[in-house]
Design a binder for this molecule. Sequence first.
Ligand code: AMP
Length: 396
Amino acid sequence: MAKTMAVNAGSSSLKFQLLEMPAEQVIAKGQIERIGLKDSIVTIKYGDGQKFETIEDIDNHEIGINKLLQSLLDLHIITDFNEITGVGHRVVAGGEWFNQSVVVTENVLEKIDRLAEYAPLHNPANAMGIRVFQKLLPNAISVAVFDTAFHQTMPKENYLYSLPYQYYTRYGARKYGAHGTSHRYVAERAAVMLDKPLTDLKLITLHLGAGASITAIKDGKSFDTSMGFTPLAGITMATRSGDVDPSLIYYIQEHEKLSNAEMLKILNGKSGLLGISSISSDMRDLLDVIDTNDHAKLAIDIFVNRVVKYIGQYVAEMGGIDAIVFTAGIGENSVPLRKMIIDKLGYFGIKLDEKQNEKRGSEIEISTSDSAVKALMIPTNEELMIARDVETLKNK
Ligand code: AMP
């Protein structure tokens, strides 16, 4: 059977999943870490709990990906490189050029390169991953799956900032959003769980991980989303600030004598849960000390406040709501966080079923049967969505 590789290439790491398609069965997954550094690590999990790990210096992506593919052969996960008939790549910024996944051509690659201006840390690494796989697996179809594509359906009044219009026409200054593949996946699953066509539903999907974003989905399309021109905007995140009055940034820069680059580093890496609590960026650490540490409690309270505030906005914007969906690290795993959020949403007719909320497993309805608005927990699966897009484009 044909195998598809879902790839998420970063500047010093690369995550992958190998799926049997169209059976949608994961046959191996893993990562290459510390590319370009000493003691790089290649990890492959496969079979029924088997794990392969090797530590050696990997100087660049090509050497790393070669090592990965060779290891798949050595471990008998594949018998020939040609078994991998498709490779789907996560690409962070797709700008206004891409409103869906596409087969990678020279022209597509050139656009991904040009969009590095919007995502300087990600797009160049994504493009490099694409080029290396194209070289090593020349017979496989290569597909780019954009984080921003799902949000291209937002109406103009929702994606434009109230800035002079020429900045939009000159520079594409607008909201692009992110996590689109995750929001799209959980929305599709929510429609299945609710047994209704997605196009008939008003959903709010909460991707609450280290990076976090909230999306309003109306008529099956992204209608509004909390991340902005970059993934720095929106709700409080692990280390990212989310929305801040822009004047305050200049005020702080002036007083602290910070350069633009330094300030951006603080907003991206030293703010959010970490910045407020001074303890940790990890929600688990904060929940552990919520009763004894005021700053941990404050960070959690601010996080919950921002989530609830965006939900309120989106219910108003869509003119109603059928269900909210929790996903990603915090959304999938944190029983207390889900409770804190839902307890504030009684006004909209959401009632938490505490027993259901405590359940572990996949795809759980956590609202009561008489809840007017449903609450669901759905583990995200961006890799599967990428593999599905490869499959769709392969069969076109
Ligand atoms: P992600 O970016 O989706 O991988 O999510 C990572 C984040 O999920 C981490 O920063 C943790 O704070 C959070 N997380 C994972 N498990 C839990 C849990 N059981 N309770 C609270 N937060 C969690």
